[in-house]
Design a protein. Structure first.
Length: 422
């Protein structure tokens, strides 16, 4: 029986299937929660970009003797931006779209990470289960060897060989238990739940009937669509390409905002001027309002050329990144496609040509040694070979599941569907 690691002994352990693990990660993952806050930040940035300039309150007073004969003024002034506010808002809205796409990508990537971590955990448990079974068989072999030596049907060296083989198996089981603990820790690190809950896979081993549906993976015995049928949709769906394309839009709007810094703004001023009549030479003063306007921030001494040039270069960078993303996407999808087909072929090879009859061979070899028809060396070699076959099969299963996850990651489509007749 697989024991829970002592590290998690004081915490609640929750067994989950793969789809439940994905739901738990989407609901609780701290990094995802932090990423989603970027949406609110981007929305607030739209409000900031669309702001009006705050007015200024102006007061003009003479001091000393001149204050008795000169007028006093109270007024307000306001800077009016020309062709800047709408451009800023457009840039902020484009950034919001970019943030939305990045969040979608983060969610998708998290789902794929959970898939891989879950598969790796079940793989580690499956290998541990295999090795523990081999340890039991090795203990049984040691007992048989001792009985045969006691009955003078085998040399003493048989016991020594059986003990060495058992001790080697014990070290392998210990290492496998550590691997399970690490895989469990990695699994929970991906889910990243802040609560005191430890998630564990419901599956302790890859079942003999190959639970492909539970692992959200198609069976390996089908004709996969051709690469040409897949690649165009993959390029259209990939988040990194969508993000790169949106970054071009952001860079274009940023160039517009930067270039419009050259447009002067208008400052409007208005207020009221007055003077106490007894302080004037004539004894009277015509109080009244005043208004004025001026152009401010005229690009005479500095015309923002460096900023504009940098914005144009950033646009060029974004365009190159977009082309690079499309170019790399084809290669990534091609590699993932080949990896999955190879994994399917290897798994079919194991199931049809390698696994069949292996268990019967081990049982026959054990009975043959017990009856004195073969030596212990042959049986130990046979057991080691069988162990390698079973572990290799487990790893082939894990690689098949992981290669499908990798394929989905590269086509950026978790709901990738196969033809109906498969």
């Amino acid at each position: 029986m697989l024991m829970q690691p002592k590290l998690f002994a004081v915490q609640d352990v929750k067994k989950v299937y793969l789809n439940q693990a994905i739901d738990a990660a989407l609901e609780n993952n701290i990094d995802l929660q932090a990423a989603k806050l970027e949406r609110n930040i981007a929305k607030n940035n739209i409000k900031t970009a669309n702001r009006l300039q705050n007015p200024s309150f102006d007061a003009f007073y003479f001091l000393g003797a001149s204050g008795n004969s000169e007028p006093k003024q109270l007024g307000v002034s306001e800077n009016i931006e020309i062709a800047k506010r709408k451009a800023r808002k457009n840039l902020a809205e484009s950034n919001l779209k970019l943030v939305e796409k990045n969040i979608d990508y983060t969610i998708f990537d998290l789902k794929m990470d959970v898939r891989e971590a879950y598969i790796n955990l079940v793989e580690a448990k499956s290998i541990l289960d295999t090795l523990e079974q081999q340890e039991e068989l090795q203990e049984e072999l040691l007992k048989i060897a001792k009985v045969r030596v006691k009955n003078h049907n085998a040399p003493d060296i048989d016991v020594i060989q059986a003990e060495i083989a058992l001790n080697q198996m014990i070290t392998q089981v210990n290492s496998a238990r550590v691997n399970v603990k690490k895989a469990l820790s990695d699994f929970n690190k991906v889910i990243n739940n802040p609560d005191n809950i430890v998630y564990d896979s419901m599956d302790n081993i890859f079942s003999e009937e190959n639970n492909f549906q539970e692992m959200m993976t198609p069976p390996p015995n089908f004709d996969f669509p051709s690469f040409d049928e897949i690649v165009q949709n993959a390029i259209r769906n990939r988040y990194d390409i969508q993000i790169a394309k949106q970054e071009i839009d952001v860079a274009e709007k940023n160039l517009t905002v930067t270039a419009r810094q050259r447009i002067p703004d208008i400052q409007l001023t208005g207020g009221y001027a007055y003077q106490v009549g007894s302080y004037t030479d004539s004894g009277n003063f015509n109080n009244g309002a005043y208004a004025g306007a001026s152009l401010v921030n005229i690009p005479l001494f500095y015309n923002y050329s460096p900023e504009i040039q940098n914005a144009a270069l950033k646009l060029k960078q974004a365009e190159l990144k977009y082309e690079s993303s499309k170019n790399r996407a084809v290669k990534d999808v091609s590699a993932a496609y080949d990896r999955f087909l190879t994994a399917a072929d290897n798994l079919n090879h194991y199931e049809k040509k390698i696994i069949t009859g292996s268990e019967e061979l081990i049982e026959t070899s054990k009975n043959s040694y017990e009856a004195g028809k073969s030596d212990i060396t042959s049986l130990i070699v046979m057991k080691q070979s069988y162990k390698s076959i079973i572990i290799g099969y487990t790893q082939a299963l894990a690689e098949y599941y992981n290669s499908w996850t990798n394929f989905l990651r590269e086509v950026n489509d978790e709901k990738f569907t196969l033809p109906d007749d498969l």
